[in-house]
Design a protein around this ligand. Structure first.
Ligand SMILES: [Zn+2]
Length: 269
């Protein structure tokens, strides 16, 4: 039996379980806890700026010096916006009043651009790498584990070709890998509707979980698909059928890559 036939069987099994309503309870993911860093107390805008620059920790020169680190020669700062507060005494009412008079740009450096004493950080990598990690690496993706950002468990960033993962669960890695596969088979995802991208990724991930004998048919996948299908006024089963061709193409790409020793091929280049 070819891998793709096996994948098709797994996909059919998941779809009929969805249809028959035999869906178990969702399993909660355990996320990597947020560690203590000044940027985790910044405003949401500044945290997003930091995150978009590809780091989970950025600090000013003095803040780095205090913990025995300093920016590497030639590294560029990124700028966060710090509110400028003016305190004015109101003599009549006998109180001090704070007024926001503007923002100033404050240079900070990414952890990756600093040297010095190692940071005291909890181990965030899983004890075992997830299956199919080699595929992601062969596609030129960087995969990193990091504390939770907002309410997302992970992300696939096409621009930076990066996968970020908050829990260690393989289902989350498979979901983001599926987005990367969809990007490749579709020649970009910018024109694809959000509900469709999410249903493709989650159904592909559920099928991979099934194929790898991991927690098959998790109720979380069903609920996730139902949520996004509703955005297009579809019931979950119809939404799955609408994207099944894309899911098959994603599975083909991932599993075909698995059959060839991609990493060795690259290393031999
Ligand atoms: Zn997604």
């Amino acid at each position: 039996m070819k891998v793709t036939e096996k994948a098709q069987q797994a996909l059919d099994g998941i779809l009929s379980a969805f249809e028959s309503g035999q869906v178990p309870e969702a399993i909660a993911h355990t996320v990597i806890p947020m560690y203590d860093a000044p940027c985790n107390r910044w405003s949401l805008n500044n945290r997003i700026l930091t995150f978009l620059s590809g780091t989970t920790d950025a600090r000013g020169i003095d803040q780095w010096r205090q913990i025995g680190r300093w920016p590497k020669k030639g590294s560029k700062a990124l700028y966060i916006l710090v509110p400028m507060i003016y305190t004015k005494r109101d003599d009549e009412r006998g109180i001090d009043e704070n007024a926001l008079i503007g923002f100033r740009a404050c240079p900070v450096f990414r952890l990756e651009d600093t040297d010095g004493k190692p940071l005291d950080r909890p181990q965030v990598e899983p004890p075992e790498p997830p299956p199919l990690l080699d595929i992601a690496l062969a596609w030129g993706l960087s995969v990193r584990y990091l504390p939770c950002i907002g309410n997302a468990y992970g992300f696939y960033c096409a621009g930076r070709q990066e996968i970020g993962l908050c829990p260690h669960d393989e289902a989350v890695f498979f979901h983001e890998l599926a987005h990367a596969a969809h990007d490749r088979v579709n020649g970009g995802l910018s024109q694809v509707q959000k509900w469709k991208k999410e249903v493709v990724a989650e159904l592909t991930a559920a099928t991979l979980m099934h194929l790898f004998g991991r927690r098959p048919n998790d109720g979380g996948a069903y609920r996730y698909i139902r949520h996004y299908a509703a955005q297009d006024g579809k019931d979950p089963h119809r939404a799955c059928l609408a994207v099944i061709a894309d899911v098959s193409r994603c599975l083909d790409l991932i599993l075909k890559a698995k059959q060839t020793p991609v990493i060795e091929a690259i290393a031999a280049d």
